[in-house]
Design a protein around this ligand. Sequence first.
Ligand code: PA5
Length: 446
Amino acid sequence: MIELNFSNMMEGVIGVSGLPESIIEDFIDKVKGAHKKIEERFWPELAFIDLISQDTPEIKKIAQEVKTESENFLILGIGGSALGSRAILEALSPFHNLQKIPKVFIYDNVDPRTLQQMLAIIDLKTTSVNVISKSGNTAETAAAFMILWDEMKKVLGRDASKRFIATTDPEKGNLRRIVNEEGLKSLAIPQGVVGRYSVLSPVGLLLSEVIGIDSEELLMGAKDIQKKCSDAELWKNPAYLFGTLLYLMDREKHRTIDVMMAYADGLKPFTEWFCQLWAESLGKQGMGLTPYPSVGSTDQHSQLQLWIEGPQDKILIFIRINDYSVDIQIPDVFQNMEGLSYLSGHTLSELIKAEEEATELALVKAGRPSMTITVPQIDAYHMGQLFHFLELATAFTGLLYEMNPFNQPGVEEGKNLTYGIMGKKGFETKRKEVEDHREKRARWRV
Ligand code: PA5
Protein backbone atom coordinates (compact mmCIF):
# COMPACT_ATOMS: atom_id res chain seq x y z
CA MET A 1 0.00 0.00 0.00
CA ILE A 2 1.26 3.52 -0.75
CA GLU A 3 1.92 5.60 2.36
CA LEU A 4 1.81 9.33 3.05
CA ASN A 5 4.39 10.71 5.44
CA PHE A 6 3.62 14.31 6.39
CA SER A 7 6.01 14.80 9.32
CA ASN A 8 7.94 17.45 7.39
CA MET A 9 4.80 19.58 7.12
CA MET A 10 4.56 19.90 10.89
CA GLU A 11 5.75 22.71 13.15
CA GLY A 12 7.28 20.14 15.50
CA VAL A 13 9.73 19.11 12.76
CA ILE A 14 10.38 22.16 10.58
CA GLY A 15 9.61 24.99 12.98
CA VAL A 16 7.43 28.04 12.41
CA SER A 17 6.86 27.42 8.70
CA GLY A 18 5.18 24.13 9.62
CA LEU A 19 1.60 23.53 10.74
CA PRO A 20 0.79 23.10 14.43
CA GLU A 21 -1.30 20.03 15.23
CA SER A 22 -3.95 22.29 16.77
CA ILE A 23 -4.77 23.92 13.40
CA ILE A 24 -5.36 20.50 11.92
CA GLU A 25 -7.46 19.44 14.93
CA ASP A 26 -9.60 22.56 14.49
CA PHE A 27 -10.29 21.43 10.97
CA ILE A 28 -11.80 18.08 11.84
CA ASP A 29 -15.44 19.18 11.63
CA LYS A 30 -14.95 20.74 8.21
CA VAL A 31 -13.41 17.46 7.04
CA LYS A 32 -16.39 15.50 8.39
CA GLY A 33 -18.69 17.76 6.36
CA ALA A 34 -16.63 17.20 3.20
CA HIS A 35 -16.57 13.45 3.85
CA LYS A 36 -20.36 13.37 4.08
CA LYS A 37 -20.63 15.17 0.75
CA ILE A 38 -18.32 12.64 -0.91
CA GLU A 39 -20.32 9.73 0.54
CA GLU A 40 -23.54 11.31 -0.71
CA ARG A 41 -21.99 11.99 -4.14
CA PHE A 42 -22.65 15.73 -3.74
CA TRP A 43 -21.49 16.23 -7.34
CA PRO A 44 -22.51 13.63 -9.94
CA GLU A 45 -18.91 13.80 -11.21
CA LEU A 46 -17.82 11.95 -8.05
CA ALA A 47 -18.90 8.97 -10.19
CA PHE A 48 -15.19 8.45 -10.88
CA ILE A 49 -15.10 6.67 -7.49
CA ASP A 50 -17.33 3.93 -8.88
CA LEU A 51 -14.90 3.16 -11.71
CA ILE A 52 -13.13 0.82 -9.31
CA SER A 53 -15.86 -1.77 -9.76
CA GLN A 54 -16.41 -1.52 -13.51
CA ASP A 55 -16.50 -4.53 -15.85
CA THR A 56 -13.55 -4.95 -18.18
CA PRO A 57 -14.37 -7.81 -20.63
CA GLU A 58 -15.27 -5.44 -23.50
CA ILE A 59 -12.03 -3.49 -22.99
CA LYS A 60 -10.04 -6.74 -22.98
CA LYS A 61 -11.82 -7.97 -26.11
CA ILE A 62 -11.08 -4.81 -28.10
CA ALA A 63 -7.48 -4.76 -26.84
CA GLN A 64 -7.04 -8.33 -28.08
CA GLU A 65 -8.34 -7.35 -31.51
CA VAL A 66 -5.91 -4.42 -31.62
CA LYS A 67 -3.01 -6.69 -30.70
CA THR A 68 -3.97 -9.22 -33.39
CA GLU A 69 -4.59 -6.69 -36.16
CA SER A 70 -2.09 -3.92 -35.55
CA GLU A 71 1.55 -3.10 -35.15
CA ASN A 72 0.81 0.48 -34.13
CA PHE A 73 -1.70 1.90 -31.69
CA LEU A 74 -2.30 5.61 -32.17
CA ILE A 75 -4.13 7.57 -29.47
CA LEU A 76 -5.77 10.88 -30.33
CA GLY A 77 -6.90 12.96 -27.36
CA ILE A 78 -5.93 15.95 -25.27
CA GLY A 79 -5.83 16.97 -21.59
CA GLY A 80 -7.52 14.38 -19.41
CA SER A 81 -8.03 12.23 -22.51
CA ALA A 82 -4.29 11.77 -23.06
CA LEU A 83 -2.19 12.56 -19.98
CA GLY A 84 -3.26 9.49 -18.01
CA SER A 85 -2.49 7.19 -20.93
CA ARG A 86 0.99 8.67 -21.28
CA ALA A 87 1.51 8.26 -17.51
CA ILE A 88 0.55 4.56 -17.68
CA LEU A 89 2.72 3.93 -20.74
CA GLU A 90 5.88 5.53 -19.35
CA ALA A 91 5.48 4.12 -15.82
CA LEU A 92 4.59 0.57 -16.76
CA SER A 93 6.26 0.01 -20.12
CA PRO A 94 9.26 2.35 -20.43
CA PHE A 95 11.01 2.45 -23.82
CA HIS A 96 7.96 0.56 -25.05
CA ASN A 97 8.35 1.25 -28.75
CA LEU A 98 11.93 0.01 -28.82
CA GLN A 99 10.90 -3.36 -27.43
CA LYS A 100 7.29 -4.20 -28.05
CA ILE A 101 4.44 -4.33 -30.53
CA PRO A 102 1.99 -2.71 -30.98
CA LYS A 103 4.04 0.45 -30.76
CA VAL A 104 2.15 3.27 -29.08
CA PHE A 105 1.91 6.85 -30.31
CA ILE A 106 0.00 9.56 -28.47
CA TYR A 107 -0.89 12.64 -30.46
CA ASP A 108 -2.22 15.16 -27.94
CA ASN A 109 -1.70 18.44 -29.74
CA VAL A 110 -2.29 19.97 -33.13
CA ASP A 111 1.35 20.64 -33.92
CA PRO A 112 1.58 19.85 -37.64
CA ARG A 113 5.27 18.91 -37.41
CA THR A 114 4.54 16.17 -34.86
CA LEU A 115 1.75 14.64 -36.90
CA GLN A 116 3.71 14.86 -40.12
CA GLN A 117 6.60 13.03 -38.44
CA MET A 118 4.31 10.41 -36.93
CA LEU A 119 2.66 9.77 -40.27
CA ALA A 120 6.07 9.38 -41.87
CA ILE A 121 7.02 6.67 -39.34
CA ILE A 122 3.75 4.80 -38.89
CA ASP A 123 2.43 2.36 -41.47
CA LEU A 124 -1.27 3.14 -41.37
CA LYS A 125 -2.12 -0.22 -42.95
CA THR A 126 -1.15 -1.86 -39.67
CA THR A 127 -2.47 0.80 -37.31
CA SER A 128 -5.42 1.01 -34.93
CA VAL A 129 -6.56 4.48 -33.91
CA ASN A 130 -8.13 5.16 -30.53
CA VAL A 131 -9.82 8.54 -30.59
CA ILE A 132 -10.62 9.66 -27.05
CA SER A 133 -12.90 12.56 -26.20
CA LYS A 134 -15.49 12.65 -23.44
CA SER A 135 -17.38 15.54 -24.98
CA GLY A 136 -16.77 14.27 -28.50
CA ASN A 137 -16.44 17.88 -29.61
CA THR A 138 -12.94 19.10 -28.67
CA ALA A 139 -11.44 20.98 -31.64
CA GLU A 140 -7.90 19.58 -31.39
CA THR A 141 -9.01 15.96 -31.14
CA ALA A 142 -11.68 16.47 -33.81
CA ALA A 143 -9.10 17.88 -36.25
CA ALA A 144 -6.67 15.00 -35.62
CA PHE A 145 -9.48 12.48 -36.04
CA MET A 146 -10.65 14.04 -39.30
CA ILE A 147 -7.11 13.88 -40.72
CA LEU A 148 -6.58 10.28 -39.62
CA TRP A 149 -9.99 9.25 -40.91
CA ASP A 150 -9.07 10.61 -44.33
CA GLU A 151 -5.55 9.15 -44.33
CA MET A 152 -6.73 5.72 -43.18
CA LYS A 153 -9.41 5.68 -45.92
CA LYS A 154 -6.68 6.36 -48.47
CA VAL A 155 -4.73 3.25 -47.48
CA LEU A 156 -7.47 0.91 -46.26
CA GLY A 157 -10.53 2.04 -48.16
CA ARG A 158 -13.83 0.96 -46.66
CA ASP A 159 -12.05 -1.22 -44.09
CA ALA A 160 -10.56 1.87 -42.45
CA SER A 161 -13.49 2.36 -40.10
CA LYS A 162 -12.86 -1.09 -38.57
CA ARG A 163 -9.53 0.20 -37.25
CA PHE A 164 -11.01 3.07 -35.24
CA ILE A 165 -12.05 2.75 -31.63
CA ALA A 166 -13.87 5.72 -30.15
CA THR A 167 -13.76 6.23 -26.39
CA THR A 168 -16.42 8.79 -25.57
CA ASP A 169 -19.67 9.65 -23.81
CA PRO A 170 -22.22 6.82 -23.91
CA GLU A 171 -24.83 9.02 -25.61
CA LYS A 172 -23.83 12.59 -26.41
CA GLY A 173 -21.43 14.43 -28.71
CA ASN A 174 -20.28 14.32 -32.32
CA LEU A 175 -17.99 11.35 -31.75
CA ARG A 176 -20.83 9.20 -30.42
CA ARG A 177 -22.88 10.29 -33.44
CA ILE A 178 -20.11 9.13 -35.79
CA VAL A 179 -19.87 5.83 -33.88
CA ASN A 180 -23.57 5.29 -34.49
CA GLU A 181 -23.54 6.38 -38.13
CA GLU A 182 -20.32 4.63 -39.20
CA GLY A 183 -20.57 1.59 -36.93
CA LEU A 184 -17.22 2.20 -35.20
CA LYS A 185 -16.06 0.11 -32.26
CA SER A 186 -16.51 2.13 -29.12
CA LEU A 187 -16.07 2.20 -25.37
CA ALA A 188 -18.11 4.40 -23.08
CA ILE A 189 -16.74 6.80 -20.50
CA PRO A 190 -19.46 6.57 -17.85
CA GLN A 191 -21.79 9.51 -17.62
CA GLY A 192 -20.54 11.60 -14.66
CA VAL A 193 -16.82 10.87 -15.24
CA VAL A 194 -14.97 13.91 -16.60
CA GLY A 195 -11.66 14.01 -18.49
CA ARG A 196 -9.06 14.45 -15.78
CA TYR A 197 -10.74 11.88 -13.52
CA SER A 198 -11.04 9.29 -16.30
CA VAL A 199 -7.68 7.51 -16.37
CA LEU A 200 -9.16 4.42 -14.69
CA SER A 201 -12.04 4.28 -17.20
CA PRO A 202 -11.67 2.82 -20.73
CA VAL A 203 -9.60 5.96 -21.43
CA GLY A 204 -6.54 4.47 -19.70
CA LEU A 205 -7.57 0.84 -19.42
CA LEU A 206 -7.68 0.09 -23.15
CA LEU A 207 -4.10 1.29 -23.58
CA SER A 208 -3.08 -0.77 -20.52
CA GLU A 209 -4.46 -3.95 -22.01
CA VAL A 210 -2.93 -3.18 -25.42
CA ILE A 211 0.54 -2.90 -23.85
CA GLY A 212 0.04 -6.07 -21.80
CA ILE A 213 -0.89 -4.58 -18.43
CA ASP A 214 -3.81 -6.24 -16.64
CA SER A 215 -6.38 -3.49 -16.13
CA GLU A 216 -7.80 -5.48 -13.19
CA GLU A 217 -4.55 -4.84 -11.32
CA LEU A 218 -4.95 -1.08 -11.73
CA LEU A 219 -8.53 -1.32 -10.50
CA MET A 220 -7.57 -3.57 -7.59
CA GLY A 221 -5.05 -0.97 -6.44
CA ALA A 222 -7.67 1.75 -6.71
CA LYS A 223 -10.16 -0.37 -4.78
CA ASP A 224 -7.73 -0.95 -1.92
CA ILE A 225 -6.77 2.70 -1.56
CA GLN A 226 -10.45 3.65 -1.76
CA LYS A 227 -11.05 1.54 1.36
CA LYS A 228 -8.26 3.32 3.19
CA CYS A 229 -9.51 6.73 2.04
CA SER A 230 -13.12 6.10 3.06
CA ASP A 231 -12.40 6.76 6.73
CA ALA A 232 -14.23 9.85 8.01
CA GLU A 233 -11.47 10.45 10.51
CA LEU A 234 -8.91 12.93 9.20
CA TRP A 235 -5.86 11.51 10.97
CA LYS A 236 -6.49 8.09 9.43
CA ASN A 237 -7.32 9.18 5.89
CA PRO A 238 -4.30 9.91 3.64
CA ALA A 239 -6.35 11.57 0.87
CA TYR A 240 -8.03 13.94 3.34
CA LEU A 241 -4.70 14.70 5.01
CA PHE A 242 -3.03 15.40 1.67
CA GLY A 243 -5.76 17.91 0.73
CA THR A 244 -6.09 19.44 4.19
CA LEU A 245 -2.37 20.04 4.59
CA LEU A 246 -1.98 21.69 1.20
CA TYR A 247 -5.09 23.78 1.80
CA LEU A 248 -3.82 24.90 5.22
CA MET A 249 -0.35 25.66 3.84
CA ASP A 250 -2.03 27.94 1.30
CA ARG A 251 -4.41 29.60 3.76
CA GLU A 252 -2.24 29.82 6.88
CA LYS A 253 1.28 30.03 5.46
CA HIS A 254 0.70 31.58 2.03
CA ARG A 255 2.48 28.79 0.23
CA THR A 256 0.87 28.56 -3.16
CA ILE A 257 3.11 26.27 -5.23
CA ASP A 258 3.11 22.49 -4.86
CA VAL A 259 5.98 20.71 -6.57
CA MET A 260 5.54 16.99 -7.21
CA MET A 261 8.98 15.42 -7.44
CA ALA A 262 9.05 11.72 -8.32
CA TYR A 263 12.27 9.78 -7.87
CA ALA A 264 11.65 7.67 -10.97
CA ASP A 265 12.06 8.65 -14.62
CA GLY A 266 9.00 6.62 -15.53
CA LEU A 267 6.83 8.78 -13.27
CA LYS A 268 7.61 12.12 -14.97
CA PRO A 269 4.44 11.93 -17.11
CA PHE A 270 2.57 10.90 -13.97
CA THR A 271 3.61 14.16 -12.29
CA GLU A 272 2.32 15.98 -15.39
CA TRP A 273 -0.96 14.10 -15.13
CA PHE A 274 -1.21 15.21 -11.49
CA CYS A 275 -0.48 18.82 -12.41
CA GLN A 276 -3.36 18.90 -14.88
CA LEU A 277 -5.70 17.22 -12.39
CA TRP A 278 -4.82 19.66 -9.65
CA ALA A 279 -4.58 22.84 -11.73
CA GLU A 280 -7.73 22.43 -13.78
CA SER A 281 -9.73 21.24 -10.79
CA LEU A 282 -8.67 23.75 -8.17
CA GLY A 283 -7.45 26.87 -9.97
CA LYS A 284 -10.53 29.06 -9.88
CA GLN A 285 -12.29 31.96 -8.13
CA GLY A 286 -8.87 33.56 -7.55
CA MET A 287 -7.76 30.55 -5.48
CA GLY A 288 -5.61 27.44 -5.78
CA LEU A 289 -2.02 26.24 -5.52
CA THR A 290 0.12 26.07 -8.66
CA PRO A 291 1.42 22.52 -9.28
CA TYR A 292 4.82 21.89 -10.84
CA PRO A 293 6.05 18.56 -12.25
CA SER A 294 9.52 17.37 -11.45
CA VAL A 295 11.85 14.36 -11.38
CA GLY A 296 14.52 13.49 -8.84
CA SER A 297 17.37 13.37 -8.68
CA THR A 298 17.63 15.16 -12.06
CA ASP A 299 15.92 18.37 -10.94
CA GLN A 300 18.09 18.62 -7.82
CA HIS A 301 20.60 19.93 -10.35
CA SER A 302 18.14 22.30 -11.94
CA GLN A 303 15.46 23.61 -9.55
CA LEU A 304 16.42 22.68 -6.00
CA GLN A 305 18.49 25.81 -5.35
CA LEU A 306 15.36 27.91 -5.88
CA TRP A 307 13.26 25.64 -3.69
CA ILE A 308 15.71 25.77 -0.79
CA GLU A 309 16.71 29.42 -0.84
CA GLY A 310 14.18 31.13 -3.08
CA PRO A 311 10.81 32.56 -2.07
CA GLN A 312 9.01 30.85 0.83
CA ASP A 313 6.07 29.86 -1.36
CA LYS A 314 6.47 26.14 -2.08
CA ILE A 315 5.62 22.72 -0.71
CA LEU A 316 7.45 19.68 -2.05
CA ILE A 317 5.61 16.41 -2.59
CA PHE A 318 8.19 13.65 -2.97
CA ILE A 319 7.39 10.30 -4.48
CA ARG A 320 9.80 7.76 -3.07
CA ILE A 321 10.11 4.25 -4.51
CA ASN A 322 10.86 1.46 -2.05
CA ASP A 323 11.78 -1.25 -4.49
CA TYR A 324 12.89 -0.42 -8.04
CA SER A 325 12.49 -4.13 -8.97
CA VAL A 326 15.94 -4.07 -10.57
CA ASP A 327 19.26 -2.75 -9.37
CA ILE A 328 22.76 -2.09 -10.64
CA GLN A 329 25.86 -2.21 -8.51
CA ILE A 330 28.46 0.52 -8.85
CA PRO A 331 31.68 -1.35 -9.64
CA ASP A 332 34.92 -1.32 -7.76
CA VAL A 333 36.88 0.81 -10.20
CA PHE A 334 39.17 3.82 -9.62
CA GLN A 335 39.93 2.51 -6.08
CA ASN A 336 42.71 4.99 -5.46
CA MET A 337 40.45 8.00 -6.05
CA GLU A 338 38.65 8.77 -2.80
CA GLY A 339 36.30 11.15 -4.59
CA LEU A 340 34.81 8.21 -6.48
CA SER A 341 35.64 5.04 -4.54
CA TYR A 342 33.07 5.76 -1.77
CA LEU A 343 30.41 4.89 -4.37
CA SER A 344 31.82 1.44 -5.15
CA GLY A 345 29.83 -1.45 -3.75
CA HIS A 346 26.70 0.62 -3.41
CA THR A 347 23.82 0.30 -5.87
CA LEU A 348 21.99 2.88 -7.98
CA SER A 349 18.80 2.35 -5.96
CA GLU A 350 20.73 3.07 -2.76
CA LEU A 351 22.06 6.26 -4.32
CA ILE A 352 18.71 7.53 -5.63
CA LYS A 353 17.07 6.85 -2.24
CA ALA A 354 19.93 8.63 -0.49
CA GLU A 355 19.42 11.59 -2.84
CA GLU A 356 15.74 11.74 -1.94
CA GLU A 357 16.34 11.46 1.81
CA ALA A 358 19.10 14.05 1.71
CA THR A 359 16.91 16.48 -0.25
CA GLU A 360 14.08 16.05 2.26
CA LEU A 361 16.44 16.85 5.11
CA ALA A 362 18.06 19.79 3.32
CA LEU A 363 14.57 21.27 2.94
CA VAL A 364 13.75 20.57 6.60
CA LYS A 365 16.93 22.35 7.66
CA ALA A 366 15.93 25.34 5.55
CA GLY A 367 12.47 25.32 7.19
CA ARG A 368 10.72 24.32 3.94
CA PRO A 369 7.73 21.92 4.13
CA SER A 370 7.42 18.65 2.25
CA MET A 371 5.40 15.43 2.20
CA THR A 372 6.46 12.03 0.92
CA ILE A 373 4.34 9.43 -0.80
CA THR A 374 6.18 6.13 -0.55
CA VAL A 375 5.36 3.63 -3.28
CA PRO A 376 6.32 -0.01 -2.62
CA GLN A 377 7.07 -0.55 -6.32
CA ILE A 378 6.07 0.78 -9.72
CA ASP A 379 3.53 -1.72 -10.97
CA ALA A 380 -0.07 -1.63 -12.13
CA TYR A 381 -1.47 -2.24 -8.65
CA HIS A 382 0.37 0.69 -7.09
CA MET A 383 -0.21 2.97 -10.09
CA GLY A 384 -3.93 2.31 -9.60
CA GLN A 385 -3.51 3.42 -5.98
CA LEU A 386 -1.62 6.57 -6.93
CA PHE A 387 -4.14 7.65 -9.56
CA HIS A 388 -7.17 7.04 -7.39
CA PHE A 389 -5.59 8.51 -4.26
CA LEU A 390 -4.79 11.81 -5.97
CA GLU A 391 -8.18 12.00 -7.68
CA LEU A 392 -9.90 11.58 -4.31
CA ALA A 393 -7.57 14.06 -2.65
CA THR A 394 -8.19 16.64 -5.39
CA ALA A 395 -11.97 16.31 -5.29
CA PHE A 396 -11.87 16.54 -1.49
CA THR A 397 -9.73 19.69 -1.65
CA GLY A 398 -12.34 21.26 -3.93
CA LEU A 399 -14.81 20.81 -1.09
CA LEU A 400 -12.44 22.61 1.30
CA TYR A 401 -12.15 25.56 -1.07
CA GLU A 402 -15.92 25.39 -1.62
CA MET A 403 -15.42 25.24 -5.37
CA ASN A 404 -16.48 22.75 -8.01
CA PRO A 405 -13.38 20.69 -8.89
CA PHE A 406 -14.98 19.17 -11.99
CA ASN A 407 -15.57 22.17 -14.24
CA GLN A 408 -13.10 24.44 -16.02
CA PRO A 409 -14.92 27.68 -16.84
CA GLY A 410 -11.65 29.53 -17.38
CA VAL A 411 -10.81 27.32 -20.34
CA GLU A 412 -14.05 28.05 -22.15
CA GLU A 413 -13.24 31.58 -23.29
CA GLY A 414 -10.11 30.45 -25.13
CA LYS A 415 -12.13 27.70 -26.80
CA ASN A 416 -14.82 30.16 -27.91
CA LEU A 417 -12.27 32.59 -29.32
CA THR A 418 -10.64 29.71 -31.23
CA TYR A 419 -14.05 28.85 -32.68
CA GLY A 420 -14.36 32.51 -33.73
CA ILE A 421 -10.97 32.49 -35.45
CA MET A 422 -11.68 29.18 -37.18
CA GLY A 423 -15.09 30.39 -38.40
CA LYS A 424 -17.48 28.20 -36.40
CA LYS A 425 -21.08 29.26 -36.83
CA GLY A 426 -22.47 31.23 -33.89
CA PHE A 427 -19.09 32.63 -32.82
CA GLU A 428 -18.98 35.72 -35.10
CA THR A 429 -18.77 38.16 -32.16
CA LYS A 430 -15.76 36.25 -30.86
CA ARG A 431 -14.10 36.64 -34.24
CA LYS A 432 -14.75 40.40 -34.07
CA GLU A 433 -13.11 40.53 -30.61
CA VAL A 434 -10.04 38.82 -32.01
CA GLU A 435 -9.83 41.21 -34.94
CA ASP A 436 -10.12 44.24 -32.64
CA HIS A 437 -7.39 42.87 -30.45
CA ARG A 438 -5.13 42.18 -33.42
CA GLU A 439 -5.13 45.93 -34.10
CA LYS A 440 -4.17 46.72 -30.49
CA ARG A 441 -1.40 44.16 -30.34
CA ALA A 442 0.13 45.46 -33.55
CA ARG A 443 1.22 48.64 -31.78
CA TRP A 444 4.13 47.80 -29.44
CA ARG A 445 6.69 45.79 -31.34
CA VAL A 446 10.43 45.85 -31.79
O1 PA5 B 1 -10.12 17.30 -17.65
C1 PA5 B 1 -10.83 17.74 -18.52
O2 PA5 B 1 -12.08 17.72 -18.44
C2 PA5 B 1 -10.23 18.33 -19.77
O3 PA5 B 1 -8.84 18.43 -19.65
C3 PA5 B 1 -10.55 17.42 -20.95
O4 PA5 B 1 -10.04 16.15 -20.74
C4 PA5 B 1 -10.00 18.00 -22.26
O5 PA5 B 1 -10.43 19.32 -22.44
C5 PA5 B 1 -10.45 17.16 -23.43
O6 PA5 B 1 -11.82 17.05 -23.40
P1 PA5 B 1 -12.56 15.90 -24.17
O7 PA5 B 1 -12.18 14.60 -23.54
O8 PA5 B 1 -14.01 16.21 -24.01
O9 PA5 B 1 -12.12 15.96 -25.60
